[in-house]
Write a new protein. Structure first.
Length: 503
């Protein structure tokens, strides 16, 4: 037995999990020496390369815990209108009233009172990098964000540090065309009519426990509005950085693509390594109007002490297209299922995701496609790599109600197991109530074998490069959708994680 693929949700029982836990324990014990060898090889390539931290006066001063008083204080500090405070209080009460999820990743050690909910690192948003405190500016220099802006590889930049967007810019030619790209806090003050029209309409304050927590404590995030017919041909980029131990980051992103427009939004995220846990619980709402197209790309590389519990959803109108390109490399535990509500005829949704689960990681990811109209179409391609006892899971939903005739949906899940004691699961939920539809689902699990490596090595390729070729071939359908610099970074991160995984 080289791994487990659970294609039937009914098998996801406590008994099955107990059996697998014992199996993992046994295999880990047998291969203890192998794991030590792998870790020794990995150490030669350096530790998590984004794990440094800066001075932390603001974070040290912040108190832990969430309460109605904390929620009111956040809103008051931001000088928000009453309607936004009302949303926050709805979210807080829903969070308190909802039970902790019993499915997905293990949240038994999660305590909402362990985290800091609002850390304000600067008094105001900077209009140039030179205005930022030296240590914060140096962090973004090391991440390469100002350099990318200088080289005009991106059309706009938003940088969030802790709870606040600390820097934001957009090319003048886009601003002249009416494109809005700013922090969501700024949008509440400067574009209240647009924010109020769309905020919490796709993801309600009581949608789920962690979306409710975000609604209560949200701070930062991006607001994007692209007018009718405008195409933003170079990506907008946001970069999210956690610095404080026990930090909770709750950005709220809202993107509206008006009729016939196009935008590609790219986000990256990192955090220092600490012995205690941090929390990232973002909410992303996207409106794709008629004939518009939005691509939302994530390269998530949180350190392995971060809970990554995210809600992302798009509402797609007639002939609109929504594309989620999702790379999850880091974090301790991830629960993330980008969704498309295909609300009108000929709306299209696509999710392409890559998940890596290494030692101590549980990546529970997937997608949701809700077909509410005739002739809608969706595609889900989910790839995962597991090594050193890591666990990955695809958890998906495709729903086609009566009346959505001519709908088409395709789901493909590919899992790559690098050893005998890692795990991959598939939990598909397909709910089709209409006869005139085309629906397919395919799930495969494969293992990097000595035969594959031997074949390549017999042709003069060294073992390290042979492994790299196999892995790059596996992730290529995802990486080819990324901007070049992000594709290179994704391949580098995966290759680093894979070093020493055979032998």
């Amino acid at each position: 037995m080289t791994g487990v693929n659970t294609a039937n949700p009914a098998r996801a029982t406590g008994e099955t999990d107990a059996e697998m836990d014992q199996y993992v324990f046994d295999r880990t014990r047998v291969n203890e020496k192998k794991i030590e060898q792998d870790d020794e090889i990995l150490s030669q390539f350096g530790e998590y390369s984004y794990g440094w931290h800066d001075s932390d006066a603001a974070g040290q001063a912040a108190k832990k815990g969430i309460s109605e008083d904390v929620v009111r204080a956040i809103s008051a500090d931001k000088n928000e209108p009453a309607w936004m405070l009302d949303y926050r209080l709805q979210g807080y009460r829903a969070f308190v009233g909802k039970p902790m999820p019993k499915w997905g990743v293990d949240l038994s050690g999660f305590d909402a009172q362990d985290f800091k909910y609002y850390v304000k690192p600067v008094d105001k948003e900077a209009v140039s990098w030179d205005e930022l405190p030296t240590d914060i500016r140096n962090t973004y220099d090391r991440l390469g964000i100002p350099e990318a802006e200088k080289k005009r590889l991106i059309a706009g930049v938003a940088a969030q540090y802790e709870s606040e967007v600390i820097y934001n810019s957009i090319r003048e030619e886009l601003s002249d065309q009416g494109v809005i790209f700013c922090g969501t806090d700024e949008a509440v003050q400067k574009h209240p009519e647009l924010v109020r029209k769309y905020f919490a309409k796709i993801i309600r304050p009581d949608d789920n426990k962690f979306a409710a927590l975000n609604t209560a404590a949200w701070s930062g995030g991006s607001f994007v509005y692209v007018p009718k017919g405008v195409h933003v041909t170079i990506p907008l980029q946001a970069y999210f950085r956690i610095n404080t131990p026990n930090m909770g980051q709750f950005e709220r992103t809202l993107i509206i693509a008006d009729e016939g427009s196009y935008v590609h939004y790219v986000e990256g995220c990192t955090a220092p390594l600490y012995s205690t846990d941090s929390l990232h619980a973002a909410v992303v709402e996207i409106v794709v109007e008629r004939d518009a197209r939005v691509r939302y790309t994530t390269v998530q590389n949180w350190s392995n002490n971060v809970y990554n519990l995210v809600t992302q959803r798009a509402y797609v109108r007639e002939n609109g297209t929504m594309e989620w390109v999702d790379g999850n490399i880091g974090s301790k535990a991830t629960m993330k299922y980008p969704a498309c509500i295909l609300a009108e005829p000929y709306a299209k949704g696509m999710t392409m995701s890559l998940t890596f689960a290494g030692k101590g990681q549980y990546q529970d990811t997937g997608a949701k496609m809700i077909h509410l109209a005739p002739h809608t179409s969706s595609t889900i391609v989910a790839k995962s790599i597991s090594r050193a006892g890591g666990r990955s899971a695809y958890r998906g939903l495709v729903r086609i109600p009566k009346g959505a005739e001519g709908a088409q949906s395709s789901v493909m899940c590919d899992a790559l197991l690098v050893d005998d004691y890692s795990r991959s699961d598939t939990y598909p939920h397909v709910d089709v109530r209409e006869d005139d539809v085309t629906m397919s689902h395919e799930a495969t699990v494969s293992k990097v074998s000595q035969d594959q490596l031997f074949y390549l090595m017999s042709r003069g390729i060294e073992e390290k490069e042979a492994m790299g070729m196999i892995v790059r071939g596996f992730v290529e359908p995802i990486s080819k959708l990324l901007p070049m610099e992000y594709a290179l970074e994704l391949n580098r991160l995966v290759a680093l994680q894979m070093e020493g995984s055979v032998g």
